[in-house]
Design a protein around this ligand. Structure first.
Ligand code: C2E
Ligand code: CA
Ligand code: CA
Length: 578
């Protein structure tokens, strides 16, 4: 285009510029007669040109702004008259200006302008085409690189998880039942640790090649992370899946046949047979992973342990059904028993309270821990009855201590979140408390942290209610999941129970700093602090130095039957020397 503008026309006296709507040059001619002084044609024109036609400079500018075409005659420094023709260019805001001596202005000039416009349009199209071609070339190259990174696992050279998912999603349209397998090398950490990660990578490649060898044309495998593989199999018959997985395990371990010191690589497999297209991929994978993880209990001498998710689901349903059948009778026949775990003051070393923790003493199954039945009772709402029952037993214990003139300390009870959906549930608690005439100060209610995030407003109302009744309220498991220091100031509890995860790793300076900050913040907000799950003396010492108020944990006592706790309190009220 520059060439075109510089081409001399009309014996070197004609030239063209391309300008933007505001007069700025886009391209300008290098012709010696060209009016170039600065970056803007309109400014130069206004300063230097003396308009000789009836046109005004304003009208000229308006035309340019409104994309009109026209001509204007002018002189510069008393020179010969010249004619300027301005024409808007298609598809852009630009103008073509052509300036020729007026004596030469004739029909020829129109031909010249039309030709200039045609060539310009062609020029723009060519430049545009080259530009797009360049973009396509570079982006294709980049795309290819990105696709490789996204789709090819650098270690096995097989599918990445992204590619695997893409293949699965592609098949979702014409769905056919399949089996999703999560496969794990049970000794991989050992391999990495003993033989180095380079050899570890070789093992992963070997495993990948062996699996791949046993797959049909439309089946595929990916290494998801570390030593975990996912496989898509068409086989949906459990027996046949087992057969196929066993032959994969044999293939992987074949190299041992020639070894004097065999080193076996056993596999853990979780299988989920996907029968419909309704579940999201993430759910499918989770189910296969859950099945694989339950492999833990299977002895290690098998080369390939296989668990099907459907079995688990079935077993779980059976277990829940069984519990459902038994729970009401168990409550009537007092199979739920209360253990108490002491809370010990770090200032005095004395037992200052205890927590009621329920167990199910089943004649058929023995002592069942709460984690095995509470989640299910929360699902079917039976927890409401059970919590109320626990509270009643606690009131009976307190009544007995008062009546027998024993040392009485507050007992806390756990309150499941299910209660929060039942308005006036505290009324029920009040009735029981009144039945046994228990003074308010002996009652403490533990709310769990998860409740807070479900509904902070509701929780605040509940805490206010608990306070109105005169009971103490503690925040259980603080630090176990979502806790944020921000919510601390929002929740007006009396006691903060720091979850045991906060102390689970040793020499964790950062973790310690956080605990210390939480303790001092709680103090500032007028809350007492108690650390849960404390198992060692160094933990006790550390918490003492942080001025934590109390401790609950195996270091002093596990949860024990009521009579044992009474003995602990009566015989040795000072659990530790402080
Ligand atoms: P939680 O309220 O956080 O209770 C503390 C749990 O930590 C208890 O487990 C206790 O035995 C355990 N623990 C205490 N000290 C230590 C320690 O030093 N090390 C370790 N590893 N663990 C320690 P438990 O008795 O099995 O109770 C589990 C959970 O079941 C309780 O956690 C609570 O959420 C729930 N739960 C127990 N009883 C009831 C109840 O009556 N009602 C409701 N709603 N939930 C209950
Ligand atoms: Ca608790
Ligand atoms: Ca707790």
């Amino acid at each position: 285009m520059k060439l075109l503008l510089n081409t001399e026309s009309f014996s070197g006296t004609g030239f063209s510029h391309i300008i933007a709507k505001n007069g700025d040059y886009i391209l300008h001619s290098k012709n010696k007669n060209a009016l170039i002084d600065g970056d803007n044609f309109l400014n130069t024109f206004q300063q230097k040109a003396e308009i000789t036609s009836s046109m005004t400079f304003q009208k000229f500018c308006q035309d340019i702004a409104n994309r009109k075409k026209g001509t204007i005659t002018f002189k510069v420094n008393g020179d010969n008259m010249r004619t300027l023709t301005y024409t808007p260019l298609d598809n852009c805001d630009w103008y073509l200006l052509s300036i020729v001596p007026s004596t030469m202005y004739s029909q020829n000039i129109q031909n010249f302008i039309s030709l200039a416009i045609a060539v310009l349009a062609l020029g723009i199209a060519v430049v545009f085409f080259i530009f797009i071609a360049f973009l396509l070339y570079t982006s294709n190259k980049k795309n290819k690189e990105i696709t490789n990174i996204a789709y090819i696992d650098p270690i096995t050279q097989g599918f990445t998880q992204v590619r695997f998912e893409k293949e699965l999603l592609d098949r979702a349209k014409d769905f056919v039942p399949y089996t999703f397998i999560s496969l794990d090398l049970r000794k991989f950490k050992l391999i990495n640790a003993s033989f180095g990660s380079e050899n570890g990578d070789k093992v992963l490649r070997h495993v990948y090649v062996c699996i791949k060898k046993h797959l049909a044309k439309d089946e595929f495998v990916t290494r998801v992370n570390a030593d975990n593989f996912n496989i898509y199999l068409h086989t949906i018959d459990e027996g046949k899946i087992k057969e196929r997985l066993h032959s994969i395990a044999d293939e992987i371990n074949k190299y041992n046949q020639e070894c004097q010191l065999p080193y076996y690589i056993p596999l853990s497999c979780g299988c989920y047979i996907v029968k419909d297209n309704a579940q999201e991929l993430i759910v499918v994978r989770d189910k296969a992973n859950i099945a694989r993880k339950t492999n833990k209990n299977i002895p290690n001498y098998y080369l390939c342990n296989i668990v099907f998710y459907n079995d688990l689901e079935h077993q779980m349903l059976l277990k829940e059904k069984e519990m459902e059948n038994m729970m009401e009778k168990a409550l009537d026949e007092e199979e739920f028993i209360i253990y108490l775990q002491p809370k010990v003051s770090l200032k005095t070393g004395k037992i200052i309270g205890s927590e009621a923790l329920v167990r199910w003493d089943s004649p058929e199954k023995g002592l069942i821990p709460p984690d095995d039945f509470i989640p299910f009772f929360e699902k079917n709402d039976f927890i409401i009855k059970l919590d109320m029952y626990v509270f009643e037993v606690v009131c009976k214990i307190l009544r007995k201590w008062i009546d027998e003139g024993k040392i009485v300390h507050p007992i806390s009870v756990n309150l499941s979140r299910n209660h929060l959906h039942h308005p006036n549930f505290l009324e029920e608690y009040r009735k029981i408390q009144q039945k046994y005439e228990i003074p308010d100060q002996y009652i403490e209610i533990e709310l769990t942290e998860t409740v807070v995030f479900e509904n902070l407003e509701m929780l605040k109302t509940i805490i206010d209610e608990i306070h109105k009744y005169g009971y103490k309220c503690s925040m259980d498991d603080f630090g176990s999941s979502y806790s944020s220091l921000n919510v601390l100031k929002e929740i007006p509890v009396d006691i903060l129970k720091l979850d045991r995860v906060s102390f689970s790793s040793e020499n964790d300076k950062r973790g310690e700093d956080i605990v210390e900050t939480v303790i001092s913040l709680a103090k500032k907000l007028g809350m007492e602090t108690i650390a849960e799950g404390i198992e060692t003396i160094p933990q006790v010492e550390l918490l003492k130095s942080m001025e934590c108020d109390a401790i609950q944990g195996y270091v002093f006592s596990k949860p024990v039957p009521v009579d044992q706790l009474e003995t602990l309190v009566q015989d040795d009220p000072e659990m530790m020397s402080v």
